[in-house]
Design a protein. Structure first.
Ligand SMILES: Nc1ncnc2c1ncn2[C@@H]1O[C@H](COP(=O)(O)OP(=O)(O)O)[C@@H](O)[C@H]1O
Ligand SMILES: [Mg+2]
Length: 467
């Protein structure tokens, strides 16, 4: 029965009740209960692996290979099967190519932040697609931090076993050790405790620190920390970076693919399951459309910053304000004794929801590129009507199973997402081999020439970075 209301508090009560019963909430619930049930054909798996079909066919004959499931006349694999198949591939003593790009002992943990001050510019969508791309195309163990109290990005990953609603959800500001508002000392979590904040998701190897209301409250608490005399307690802008470093040092990569093969040549399923949870190969952070102290922490923790941004004239003025605020924050940090040192990296603006029906958006991209081609990615997210259905259900294009009539437009969006993600990988994790999707996008867009800083010319310098 519908609840009546007569003032703001009773309206809020009634609205909570009404919204949670609405049909689209039911759709969300269905998404959650069916999460990652998507199955992939061997042709799709071949594309993920970037190899010949014969390679996958041979792998499928391994005695420990997942059997998959026959759908129609085809054998199909789940995301879990695909990850395991990569591990099996590289565990074989005779394996020569790399299929599973887990971090090796001693290798650094890249942290990628997607941030901009505007809402609705596809920050969360870009973060979710990047995370799933790194799982599907490289087999990485991805850590995703949802830095937004609205928890949009979390919705792409939760299923009906992970609750993210409610005030008691532990968020990344808890991971950072932000105390209750009014307390003047940071919480120093032991590394084992830090590991608990990373919650498993239905995606193999992908762990999430969900978004939630606690992020909002943390800014007040952080303000209190600045009110102490202790200069160490005052350094509130680097709490995430310090916690991530401590977690990383306590959870290094130990297992290599070869360790997953027993003396009898059989695959060690249990060691594999343990290795999936052993560490992370990359951290991706999605942020809210605001630059608070909590958000500043994500940028200080980052190796690379990606700024998703729509290209309308007014959007650029928001972008300008955002960049100016960052500059102010940085000059404040530099004034600190022992300031943080940012790593060498090439951040970039990522144009999103680009409208191709007029040339306004493309002209804006061109204008920024004319000023400095390195600042902005010429590989952008295009507006897609076809993929909008998937997003409405909080499914990525990689996960969504479209009705037959929508297959082509969804595939077009997958191609687009691959190109963007390939460009992000080239910038943010140059040690991974690029897959050529970004290059193909450029060749379609500029059939007669190179794009300064991005085409052939860009590649050698990126490879040098990796060396
Ligand atoms: N390329 C695109 N084509 C169509 N709709 C898009 C596209 N990118 C994002 N959207 C839609 O825009 C809205 C905002 O996206 P979201 O990722 O939540 O933005 P943000 O995190 O920046 O607030 C969502 O409803 C999403 O479905
Ligand atoms: Mg968002």
């Amino acid at each position: 029965m519908a609840k009546s209301f007569h003032n703001i508090p009773s309206f809020v009560e009634a609205a909570i009740d009404c919204v949670s019963r609405a049909a689209s909430s039911a759709r969300m619930h269905r998404t959650q209960s069916l999460r990652v049930l998507r199955r992939y054909s061997i042709a799709e798996v071949t594309e993920f692996f970037g190899c010949d079909r014969s390679f996958v066919n041979a792998l499928m004959k391994h005695p420990d290979a997942p059997e998959g499931e026959i759908r129609g006349r085809e054998r199909t694999l789940s995301v879990h099967d695909i990850m395991k198949l990569r591990a099996i591939a590289d565990s074989r003593p005779e394996a020569r190519r790399t299929t599973l790009y887990w971090r090796k002992p001693g290798e650094d943990l890249p942290v990628i932040v997607l941030s901009s001050q505007k809402g609705g510019v596809a920050k969360s969508l870009s973060s979710a697609h990047l995370a799933q791309y790194l799982t599907l195309y490289y087999g990485l163990r991805v850590g995703l931090i949802d830095g937004d109290p609205q928890a949009t990005c979390s919705l792409y990953f939760v299923d009906d076993t992970t609750s993210i609603a409610g005030y008691d959800v532990e968020v990344y500001t808890d991971f950072m050790g932000v105390p209750e508002a009014g307390q003047r000392e940071k919480i120093h979590h032991a590394p084992d405790r830090l590991n608990v904040f990373w919650r498993p998701t239905p995606w193999p190897g992908l762990r999430l620190i969900p978004g939630g209301a606690g992020i909002q409250e943390a800014d007040i608490a952080m303000y209190y920390l600045t009110q102490t005399e202790d200069p160490e307690q005052k350094k509130i802008y680097r709490m995430l970076r310090d916690s991530l470093d401590r977690w990383r040092d306590a959870h290094p990569p130990r297992t290599t693919a070869k360790d997953l093969s027993g003396p009898d040549g059989r695959f060690r399923h249990e060691s594999y399951e343990a290795a999936l949870k052993e560490t992370l190969d990359v951290v991706i952070i999605d942020t809210p459309p605001s630059l608070t102290l909590a958000t500043l922490n994500t940028i200080v923790a980052a190796d690379t910053l990606i700024i998703p941004q729509t290209m309308k004239g007014f959007d650029l003025s928001t972008l300008h304000i955002y960049l100016a605020s960052l500059r102010d924050y940085f000059s404040f940090i530099e004034g600190d004794t022992n300031p943080v040192k940012f790593k060498d990296a090439k951040p970039m603006i990522l144009p999103t929801i680009v409208n191709r029906s007029s040339d306004t958006d493309l002209r804006t991209i061109g204008e920024i590129m004319a000023g400095n081609p390195d600042i902005i990615s010429p590989i952008y997210y295009q507006y897609s009507e076809g993929a909008a259905n998937a997003f409405r259900e909080f499914k990525s294009a990689y996960e969504y199973e479209p009705p037959k009539t929508r297959k082509a437009s969804l595939q077009a969006f997958i191609d687009n997402a691959n190109a963007v993600n390939d460009a992000i990988v080239m910038r943010a994790i140059p040690s991974l081999p690029a897959r050529g999707y970004a290059q193909a996008f450029l060749e379609r867009l500029f059939p007669d020439g190179e794009v300064e800083g991005w085409s052939q010319k860009a590649k050698p310098s990126l490879e040098e970075d990796a060396a």
